[in-house]
Design a protein around this ligand. Structure first.
Ligand code: SF4
Length: 295
């Protein structure tokens, strides 16, 4: 049996940065709150709690505290409320997400109504929309945009969307407007995770995608891999015993941008143990990476 890890797996730059900023803040000894879970990974959220980083569910409950803004960002109204209530804000919004806020503001200032491609309920998109004006709309990846009266429009994407969906939206909007300004704000970290996982899935008998069930980028990876081979999604190695079919020769591992290295390592070692192997990996660097050139 061979087990290989997709070349681009686990924490992205924005998540790694947010966690580092949160841990540095907690190390100062004062209680620290993240507004919403810092990452979509329940086991890691518990580990962070042990380091002194608690989760608050709304800005309204935070007064005179140290507050971490997670990589998805928050709404303009939440920033204002946190400041008015005397909180110290450690802004760990991913710089790529902050860029979308600035682009939306600028587009509105230049007179362009904004169409956001994304999941309207996702916190990143809720935050993005708050930096727009009442004309700012959100169109989901499989949706048809409403009829447009505007002569010009600006399209900006949630960072985790697929390029294919952005192209579809542009194709639908273009015939009805004179001027269409498009910012490709899709983050390369997401597309790299998807393409390297897809490559590995094409050379595997089973893909195991590791990540939180609420993590949209993990769910997307599962969907991508499932196009090529049987795929299961798990949060921890404990789920593996029941799910791992017998007789599989080539297992591929992929992990979402909010999955810590320790979880990937635990899953890898669990597969080895189920396979009766005793020589376990001590770090993620010991896990063979899939060579994408062969794909
Ligand atoms: S996926 Fe990209 S935009 Fe989102 S947090 Fe990670 S690095 Fe930032």
């Amino acid at each position: 049996m061979i087990v290989r890890l997709a070349k681009h797996s686990g924490f992205c730059f924005g998540v790694r940065r947010a966690i580092q900023l949160a841990i540095e803040a907690a190390d100062q000894g004062t209680p620290v709150f993240s507004l919403g879970e810092l990452i979509h990974n329940p086991q890691y959220v518990l580990e962070l709690q042990e380091k002194g980083i608690k989760v608050a569910n709304s800005a309204a409950e935070l007064h005179n505290s140290m507050v971490i803004v997670r990589s998805h960002g928050i709404t303009k109204q939440e920033y204002m409320m946190l400041e008015e209530q005397g909180n110290t804000i450690v802004d760990a919004t991913c710089p790529y997400v902050t860029k979308t806020h600035n682009l939306i503001r600028q587009a509105n200032a230049d007179g362009y109504p904004v169409v956001i491609l994304g999941d309207a309920l996702h916190p990143e998109v809720v935050g993005m929309r708050s930096f727009g004006n009442p004309d700012t709309i959100v169109v989901g990846p499989e949706e048809t945009p409403p009829a447009q009266n505007a002569k010009r429009l600006c399209v900006i994407s949630q960072t985790t969307q697929k390029l294919e969906h952005l192209n579809n939206l542009i194709r639908m909007l273009l015939p009805n407007v004179l001027e269409l300004k498009v910012y490709n704000s899709i983050c390369i970290a997401t597309s790299l995770r998807q393409s390297s996982s897809a490559c590995l899935a094409q050379d595997s008998d089973l893909m195991i995608v590791i990540g939180g069930r609420q993590s949209s980028n993990t769910k997307m990876l599962t969907k991508v891999c499932a196009q090529y081979c049987p795929t299961i999604q798990i949060e921890t190695e404990e789920e593996l015993q029941q799910l791992l079919p017998q007789g599989i020769e080539r297992i591929g591992l992929a992990a979402g941008a909010s999955t810590p290295e320790t979880r990937i390592l635990e899953v890898y070692n669990k597969i080895l143990k189920i396979n009766g192997e005793e020589d376990l990996a001590t770090s993620i660097q010991n896990i063979p990476l899939f060579k994408e050139e062969s794909c």
